[in-house]
Design a binder for this molecule. Sequence first.
Ligand code: 4AD
Ligand code: MG
Length: 446
Amino acid sequence: MTEDAPLPPSAGGVPPPFRPIGELFRPGREGERVRLRGWIHRGRSSGGILFWQVRDGSGLVQVTARRDALGGEAFDRAEHAQVESSVEVEGTLAADRRAPGGLEVKAHALTVVGASDAFPLFADQTEEFRLDHRHLTVRSREMVATLKVKSELLQGAREFLEGEGYWEMTPPLLSGNAAEGGSEAFTLDYFGQPAYLAQTAQLYLEALLFPRERVYSITTSFRAEKSRTPRHLCEYTHLEAEVAWAGMEENLRLQEQLVTHMVHRVARKREEDVRFLGRDPQELLRLVPPFERLRYEDAVRQLKERGFGISFGADLGTAEERALTQERSQPLFVTHYPRAIKAFYMREDPEDPRTVLAADLLAPEGYGELIGGSCREVDLPRLLRRMEEMNIPREPYEWYLDLRRYGSVPHAGFGLGVERLVRWITRREHIRETTPFPRTPSRLTP
Ligand code: 4AD
Ligand code: MG
């Protein structure tokens, strides 16, 4: 709904241009005439004075308006504007010790651009209600801070990878083959053919290695995860890289440097948001590579000593991962997993064929797996044997097998779950708090 109330004549001359609210707080601007636009964050009025807190993408400022300065009609209209109405404000900057940031705008003109109905969200509503209104909850300070952190992490990833000579690729999300195990792939009808939504870009990145040698992608991956856990989404942001000529150690080094770069950038550029979300940025700046490497076999031994009923060949579940990382402040690589519990494309360890040259990077403090990576199996007969063992049909993967036929190179790569990283950094209880419109088994809207 739009209410077109023309700006009353300004205090003479051309009105100043609209400026981001964050800029008003630069020192020495008191007395300046300013114009801003945003949303009413809070509002009240008493004794012929109206108080608003107005928010835009850059900050929040107190706005006051006197009935005699605005004129009765404009004042009444402004007084009736509800929280979340979008507004334009023209006024003079003044110091005010009681206002947030010590500054307020004394308004001489207020316009309601889009009036708001009574805003349905307030404190202490149930989680379900807030999720049902996610299209409105995304305006909350917590959500905004989290999404800023996420955006900064993605910029950090691109900055680092581009600096290291990686090329960003745009692999397809629709495919004729499932890549990470068929049972967790979403299937759909593609003009009468069965198709899958991407679980990983890896196989395509492997093909794109040949023209480029170092490639990465940031795409959406889909997992038909029926398990309801605080770290699984059905749709997530997947940062993947693939490197020609790389072995295990180069792969791990790339991962730890990348994660450190991303995390440090957030700690420096989003200090305030990180702190608001409950994490001390200094803690993040203490992240330093190399991260410890622990062989799966040794992890199992440690866990047994601590009373876990686990033996070689079992996957590490949430409880096991938590036990290994709860007391740590640095991430941990668990390496050399048993072949039987890992994907078909992982390279067998020539020194211990029970295992593969793979590693998961586990977040500190029990937040669980952040990255899964491995050296890729390039030996065609071994790869075919693995596929047979795992009952993977050969036909849809013929194109992938070709990559081993035409000038194959040793190579390695990994995939990082961006929401998992955000969850650890921002200490969110549930991964759905790290993405604006979470997709979980029970939620497809909004
Ligand atoms: O360990 P995953 O399944 O590995 C792969 O998909 C490889 N093909 C990646 C590669 O080598 N290019 O997934 C990689 C990462 C996990 O470590 C985790 O952080 C994240 O993706 N992830 C999820 N994040 C949120 N919700 C889910 N359901 C996730 N499943 C995996
Ligand atoms: Mg994994």
